[in-house]
Design a binder for this molecule. Structure first.
Ligand SMILES: [Zn+2]
Length: 507
C-alpha cells in the first residue's frame, strides 16, 4: 500500500481507510457467500432416512426436501465452523485431559517494529495502519507458538505426558511486581502491560466496572502464600511487601497484578496473561462467546402491510433466507480483523489433528444429490457407498490387529484414505478421532453412537448389537443388555457428555 514516490492519499485517509479495508473484506466474503448460495444443491446434504421418508410421502424429487439455505462448516467463522472446531477441541481434551494453562496474548501497538515503521510518515498512528500492526502481531504470535511447542518453554506440550505439577506452575507463574533492585527490565514491562485498573473506588468509570464492582475481581486480596480456594481457583501469592507503581495518578500494589510469566512478558514486551486452568470451567470460557452467541440487538422498522403484519413478513423472509442471512445479521468486523482475514491468517489452530467420524444406521449413509436427480437414482448410488464406519468393519474383518480399537479410537492407529475409501495402518503422525454428536432425542442413532464408543472389532452392524453372543434387535436393547441404560445411567452419560461442552442455559 505504501510506495516510494507515490502519493500517500490512501494511507492518510484515517478512518475512511479503515472503512475501505472493512469493505474490501466484506466484499471478499460476499463473493464466497454468493458461491455458497449458488451451489446449495451440492452443499445440501440429507441423511438417507430423510430421503426415504420423503418417498413414502409421495415426493419424487429431492427439491422438496431440505429447503434450508445451509452455511456449510467449511465457511471460516460461520456458526457450523465454530461448532465443529469446538467439538474437535473437546475431543482433544477428552483424549489428553483438561488443559493446564490458559494464555492470552495481546498486541502491543508500542512495539518498536510498529513505531519505527509508522515514523516513516509523520503523524501516523497504529490505528491508521492495521495492515502493519496485524503483520507484526502475526510474526510475534508465530514466535510465541514456536516457543511454547518446539522450544518447550513450559515443558512438552504434546498432551500425553503431563509435566506440570502444582509446584511447576508456581515456578512458572507470578502475580507480584518484580523487585526494581533485582529486575528493573521486568519491573518496567510488568508496570506497562500487566497492571489491572485502576478501578473500584479509585476510578468508578473504569471499563471493567459493573454495578459498582470490578467485573474481573480486582483488587485481589493479599496472599502470603499460594492457595486454592473452595471453587478450585488458584489464588496466587501476592505479598504486602510495599512494591508499588503509579498508573493514571493512582498507586497500585501487588493486588492489581495480572498473573504472568516473566520470560514471556520480557521477551515479547506485551500483555501476556498466563493462568492456571480451573479444569472444569476454563474449557467453556474458551468458547464462551461461541456458546452464548455474540452480544447483539437487531432493530428493524417496517411498514405493516394490510392484512399482513410486519412480524409475519419477517418470519417468512427468514425461512427462505436461512443460515447465511442469520450469520450476516449479527456480524461485526473491525479493520484489524478485516486485515487479518484478508491476509488469510488462520483464526484457530490445534494439534494433534482431529478426524471427524461419521456414523449412521445400516443403509443410512449421508448422500449428496442434485435437484434434477431422480430419487431412485440417488438411492441406487447410495447402495454401494462406503463410509469410514462401513470400512472400519471391513478392516476388522481383514486385520486381526484392527479389532483392538473402538471406532472412535481408530484414527489413532489407522489412516483413512478418502480417495480409495479404505483404512490403512498408520505409519507416522498422530491423530485422534471423534464421532459426530447425536442428540439424545435421535433414538436408535443415539444408542448406536453409545455403543460405537465401547464396541471393538465389529465386522457388521449386527456385531455392534451383539452382547454376550446374543444379537439384539435394536441398539437400545443392546445398550440395556450392557447395563448402559440401567436406572438413570443413560441420562447421567448424556448429561456428563453434554456438560463437557455446553453451558448452563443450553442444558
Ligand atoms: Zn477492574
Amino acid at each position: 500500500m505504501e510506495r516510494l514516490n507515490e502519493a500517500l492519499t490512501l494511507i492518510l485517509c484515517g478512518r475512511l481507510r479503515q472503512q475501505l479495508i472493512v469493505d474490501a473484506f466484506t466484499c471478499l466474503q460476499e463473493v464466497r457467500l454468493d458461491y455458497i448460495r449458488l451451489n446449495q444443491k451440492t452443499i445440501r446434504k440429507e441423511v438417507l432416512c430423510g430421503l426415504t421418508d420423503a418417498v413414502s410421502r409421495g415426493d419424487t424429487t429431492p427439491a422438496s426436501i431440505g429447503r434450508r439455505v445451509v452455511l456449510p462448516s467449511s465457511f471460516t467463522g460461520g456458526p457450523r465452523y465454530m461448532v465443529q472446531n469446538y467439538q474437535d477441541a473437546m475431543a482433544i481434551c477428552r483424549w489428553a485431559g483438561p488443559p493446564d494453562l490458559f494464555i492470552t496474548f495481546t498486541c502491543n501497538p508500542k512495539w518498536p517494529e510498529i513505531t519505527e515503521f509508522l515514523a516513516n510518515i509523520p503523524g501516523q498512528r497504529p490505528e491508521d495502519r492495521p495492515d502493519v500492526v496485524v503483520r507484526v502481531f502475526k510474526i510475534k504470535l508465530d514466535e510465541l507458538i514456536c516457543d511454547l511447542t518446539t522450544k518447550e518453554h513450559f515443558g512438552r506440550t504434546i498432551a500425553d505426558d503431563k509435566p506440570l505439577t502444582p509446584e511447576d506452575i508456581d515456578r512458572i507463574l507470578c502475580a507480584e511486581l518484580p523487585d526494581t533492585e533485582v529486575d528493573l527490565i521486568g519491573y518496567e514491562i510488568i508496570v506497562q502491560s500487566m497492571m489491572h485498573g485502576p478501578c473500584g473506588s479509585m476510578n468508578e468509570r473504569s471499563p471493567c466496572m459493573e454495578d459498582g464492582k470490578c467485573s474481573k475481581h480486582y483488587p485481589r486480596s493479599f496472599q502470603e502464600t499460594k492457595t486454592v480456594n473452595d471453587e478450585g481457583y488458584a489464588l496466587y501469592r501476592r505479598r504486602n511487601n510495599g512494591h508499588t507503581t503509579t498508573k493514571n495518578g493512582q498507586v497500585l500494589d501487588n493486588r492489581f497484578v495480572i498473573p504472568y510469566n516473566i520470560d514471556l512478558v520480557v521477551k515479547f514486551q506485551a500483555h501476556i496473561n498466563v493462568e492456571r486452568c480451573n479444569k472444569d470451567r476454563s474449557l467453556k470460557y474458551l468458547f464462551k462467546y461461541m456458546n452464548k452467541g455474540p452480544d447483539m440487538a437487531l432493530a428493524r422498522i417496517e411498514q405493516a402491510r394490510e392484512g399482513n403484519n410486519g412480524n409475519e413478513a419477517q418470519n417468512n423472509q427468514e425461512q427462505v433466507i436461512g443460515e447465511i442471512q442469520n450469520h450476516l445479521k449479527c456480524r461485526y468486523v473491525s479493520a484489524f480483523e478485516a486485515c487479518w482475514r484478508i491476509f488469510s491468517f488462520s483464526i484457530q489452530y490445534k494439534n494433534p489433528p482431529v478426524q471427524r467420524l461419521t456414523f449412521h444406521l445400516e443403509g443410512h449413509q449421508e448422500v449428496i444429490f442434485e435437484d434434477h436427480e431422480h430419487l431412485d437414482d440417488v438411492l441406487e448410488r447410495v447402495g454401494a457407498k462406503k463410509t469410514t464406519l462401513t470400512e472400519w468393519m471391513t478392516a476388522n474383518r481383514m486385520y486381526p490387529e484392527a479389532r483392538e480399537l473402538t471406532y472412535a479410537d481408530f484414527p489413532t492407529q489407522w489412516v483413512w484414505l478418502s480417495d480409495e475409501k479404505r483404512w490403512k495402518p498408520r505409519e507416522n503422525g498422530n491423530n485422534i478421532g471423534r464421532i459426530y454428536f447425536a442428540h439424545p432425542a435421535s433414538g436408535e442413532k443415539y444408542y448406536l453412537r453409545l455403543l460405537l464408543n465401547i464396541v471393538k472389532g465389529a465386522t457388521c452392524f449386527a456385531d455392534i448389537r451383539t452382547v454376550n453372543g446374543i444379537i439384539h434387535p435394536t441398539y437400545k436393547e443392546a445398550c440395556h443388555a450392557l447395563g448402559l441404560l440401567d436406572g438413570d445411567h443413560e441420562w447421567h452419560e448424556g448429561l456428563v457428555e453434554a456438560a463437557t461442552w455446553s453451558t448452563g442455559p443450553q442444558m
